[in-house]
Design a protein around this ligand. Sequence first.
Ligand code: FES
Length: 105
Amino acid sequence: MSPLIDICPVSELPPGQHRLVEWEDLEIGIFNCDGELLAIEDRCSHDNGVLLEGEVDAAACTVECPRHGAKFDLRTGKPLNLPAYVPVDTFPVSIEDDMIRVEVD
Ligand code: FES
């Protein structure tokens, strides 16, 4: 069974906000896109840009890598434009007893 890691209470991650969690050698960005909670590895597949430092479009549920401008779909991790062409890992998010949890492999 994959480990579940506690992120924070739901009230601490309102719409439009995001936060970083570290788990072993992974850095994971947790985003609240207009109420939808999504988790994506915080590392651009093009050249390791830090996605949490990029611009988030909450309506489209995308983040733009601050280094060379590749946009990623936060739901799927798929890049929407070059120079990235490899998806970034995403992680299932759940809420249990008001706590946001992320399932990591
Ligand atoms: S490092 Fe993200 S687009 Fe190049």
